[in-house]
Design a protein around this ligand. Structure first.
Ligand code: CA
Ligand code: CA
Length: 156
């Protein structure tokens, strides 16, 4: 899932974004968030730039991180919190109330085009919420099932 943010310069001078990278992400679930498009700098007066953050939940709970933007204004760095949620039912591809190797197999079959899958199965199998069922989804699901990823707080 992608979310695009806008930085608008309402000041009376150019705004320079001085960080490397310009937008940095930190916090407990920082690895779930990636800046896929960095803003441009400097931002001229009364003009704006955008940046995009891609979210791939590695577990089905609330995932949080802090966005930090170093700059030459009075508020430096500018920071704000972001969060995203993965849901339990979203990972239960065959809808039997638990998440196990059968869901991994079904996800893989849909990803490889062996079966089309129902719209509900495809929605549940799109683990990283990017709108498509592919091998990345099957890998995330498999890593959860074999215990590499942390357990769902809500139970399976
Ligand atoms: Ca299941
Ligand atoms: Ca996907």
């Amino acid at each position: 899932m992608d979310h695009t943010f806008s930085i608008h310069n309402t000041g009376n001078a150019d705004l320079t974004l001085s960080g490397i990278p310009k937008v940095a992400i930190s916090g407990s679930n920082a690895a779930d968030f990636t800046v896929t498009a960095q803003p441009s700098s400097p931002v001229e007066q009364d003009s704006s730039t955008t940046f995009t953050i891609h979210f791939v939940p590695s577990a089905a709970d609330t995932r949080t991180a802090t966005v930090s933007i170093a700059n030459d204004s009075s508020e430096n760095p500018y920071t704000f919190s972001i969060e995203g949620t993965g849901s339990v039912s979203a990972w239960d591809v065959n809808d039997d109330g638990k998440i196990d190797v059968l869901d991994v197999r079904l996800c893989l079959q849909i990803a490889e085009g062996a079966i089309p899958g129902t719209p509900e199965q495809r929605a549940a199998a799109d683990v990283d919420l990017d709108g498509d069922v592919d091998l990345t989804d099957a890998q995330i699901l498999a890593e959860y099932v074999i215990g590499i990823l942390s357990a769902f707080p809500g139970g399976g």
